[in-house]
Design a protein. Structure first.
Length: 626
């Protein structure tokens, strides 16, 4: 870009007129302030309206002025956009909720200003100054969003267009046609967003990303980060990928490279004070909810899953996409956080193994295909240590340019038309999904429905990478597709290829054998049985009977209707002619209800079945009272 040099002079002559003409205007000089106040380079002053009034009072240590107001699309969450000049001469901005100004509760806002270099001498008078600024005429208005990601924006002609809100900027297809700017609201901002900023140029980033072209895991991680913004328009459910394997295989480095798409990829142990997008699993559930909301529509990167040592795994709560409902101080419900999330995680063991070992939150099949365990030992063998260190260093030097460039390319191509973008992304993702499934089948894999559903997420990564190839990524489309196929086949080699019928039958056998001692027996009066605290079913002759909830537990989270239909197809379910449930009437247990009936002789061979039936013959006796 050619830069104009019209403001520069080659003359060394001390010409006062020229100096005055070229001196830049101070940012607050044209600002209209409320009556009774004045702004100078030394701060804001309350000035007397009459000569006999009290002398002027200094409110702030530096110039502070209101530049606009912001509210969301429901015309709520109104806030003031406040500018000030830091002691080192940098223009800065903060959003202050009107609710804080109205309630005179500026404590947190004043602390934030002080931490950024602005000292308030008189908080109450400063609050009055900000409140008085609301009366200024033609105060610009903008719209606020509750999270990062795609958002509507109003054009000059009144039509809506699509934009993308990031903590540091908002990306538009055509910025000059926007009627009202769009940005994040104050409550949607968090310290986790500090890593969202660019450093260096896109070309600087491409130069070292060039070294990843031969590494399928690193290429896949970068393309996954680019796929984050495609999750919502592609109507793909929340989820992600978990890289597991032995140490020194490049798991963390791959995650760092993914971080550089939208911000800093520096490892925290390189400089703990430097902001980074590389987060750790070692955080509270509430903190992870805030972090998830922070990374909506981009990429959430969480390292070292094994650091979670408590008995609760929050990963599937994050995948659900909604935070907890919480009450505020007034007794009403706060707005629940919601997010659209693509995740990358790492650890030395698979997530589903860790979750199952924690007991209370064992993994469900539907969750396994949303957070996909990728074994990486064959994908990223021990390699050049010098190259790894070079890439780690670069992750903290040049970053944050590829993601915004990719989003800008999307919005420009579709001219901000959300519907056209969604339809095309779904169409292209589905085409790549078919192509990937065909490639896997050509390699000898038999894909069951849950495998094909998982491949759809790989297709989204392939789509993002192929669109970014050559213009944003240094990779070619073929290199991107090859990397995705390599990672996909690594996952498939780690899968148990059994039909849904076989898997459901295995789950049912395991459940009956594990909990047969905690089931009621229909042939024994209830008063003579030791009643379990949590009944897991009823043994009745050569059947085991389940309520819908018990059947779903037996299926490890599979929907009871899917379980019943699958068992019926395998001739394991005893049913009425027209219904999957049977009417069960039993005086001993005082039951008259419709239950699912499972044929034990279809689940077990004779030797095992005999042991199960013997349990009915003797039955668990109720302990006598002392």
């Amino acid at each position: 870009m050619n830069k104009s040099r019209s403001n520069f002079t080659s003359s060394n002559t001390d010409n006062r007129a020229n100096i005055n003409r070229t001196t830049p205007k101070l940012p607050w000089q044209d600002v209209v302030v409320p009556s009774g106040y004045d702004i100078t380079q030394n701060g804001v002053f309350k000035v007397p309206l009459k000569k006999d009034d009290a002398p002027q009072v200094r409110l702030t240590q530096a110039p502070v002025w209101v530049v606009g107001v912001i509210r969301d699309y429901a015309n709520e969450h109104w806030s003031l956009e406040v500018n000030w000049l830091t002691p080192d001469g940098q223009l800065s901005q903060i959003l202050i909720p009107l609710s804080n100004i109205a309630s005179q509760n500026l404590g947190d806002d004043l602390k934030q200003l002080a931490s950024k270099g602005l000292f308030i001498y008189d908080p109450k008078a400063t609050r009055d100054y900000l409140a008085a600024s609301l009366d200024l005429l033609n105060l610009p208005k903008s719209r606020g969003m509750h999270k990062v990601g795609f958002a509507p924006a109003t054009l000059l002609d009144g039509r809506l267009t699509q934009c993308f809100v990031l903590p540091q900027e908002t990306i538009y297809a055509n910025p000059s046609q926007i009627l009202e700017p769009v940005r994040l609201l104050p409550h949607a901002m968090s310290s986790a967003q500090s890593g969202y900023f660019p450093s260096g140029t896109l070309e600087d980033w491409r130069n070292y990303i060039e070294e990843t072209r031969s590494n399928p895991l690193q290429t896949f991680a970068i393309c996954t980060a680019l796929a984050g913004p495609l999750l919502t328009p592609s109507q793909t459910e929340n989820g992600g990928f978990h890289f597991f394997g032995t140490s020194s295989r490049g798991k963390t480095l791959s995650l760092q490279l993914a971080c550089t798409v939208f911000g800093s990829g520096m490892a925290p142990n390189q400089d703990a004070k430097f902001p980074t997008l590389l987060n750790s699993w070692q955080a509270t559930d509430n903190a992870l909810e805030v972090i998830a909301n922070t990374f909506s529509d981009t990429i959430l990167v969480l390292d070292e899953y094994g650091l979670r040592t408590d008995a609760r795994s929050p990963i599937y709560k994050l995948i659900e996409g909604r935070g907890k409902a919480r009450m505020n101080g007034s007794g009403s419900l706060d707005e629940r956080m919601a997010w659209s999330l693509l995740m990358l995680s790492s650890g030395e063991i698979p997530i589903h193994c860790m979750s199952n070992s924690m007991g209370r939150n064992s993994i469900q099949q539907g969750q396994m295909i949303r957070m996909i365990d990728i074994p990486i030992d064959s994908l990223s063998p021990s390699g050049d240590a010098e190259q790894a260190e070079r890439l780690k260093y670069a992750c903290g030097q040049y970053f944050g340019t590829a993601g915004p460039a990719f989003i800008r390319m999307l919005l420009t191509h579709f001219k901000g038309d959300a519907k056209a973008m969604q339809e095309f992304i779904v169409q292209e993702r589905d085409a790549l999904h078919e192509q990937l499934c065909e490639e896997c089948q050509n390699q000898g894999f038999t894909l069951h429905p849950h495998h094909k559903r998982t491949v759809r997420r790989f297709a989204l990564v392939a789509l993002a990478g192929s669109w970014a190839a050559e213009d944003i990524l240094p990779h070619s489309e073929d290199e991107v597709f090859s990397a995705v196929v390599t990672v996909l086949t690594s996952w498939l080699r780690n899968q148990a290829f059994e039909s849904l019928e076989d898997r459901v039958a295995d789950l049912m056998r395991d459940y009956v054998m594990r909990f047969r001692g905690q089931m009621l027996v229909s042939s024994i009066p209830l008063s003579q049985q030791r009643q379990p605290l949590d009944c897991h079913g009823i043994l009745h002759k050569n059947l085991v009977l389940f309520t819908p909830n018990q059947l779903q537990k037996a299926g490890n989270g599979l929907d009871e209707r899917i379980m019943a239909a699958t068992l019926d197809k395998a001739n394991i379910l005893h049913r009425n002619e027209d219904q999957l449930k049977c009417r069960f009437v039993n005086a001993n247990l005082r039951i008259n209800s419709r239950l699912y009936a499972i044929k034990l002789n279809r689940l077990f061979d004779e030797s095992i079945l005999k042991g199960v039936l013997e349990l009915q013959a003797c039955g668990p006796k109720r302990r006598p009272r002392d």
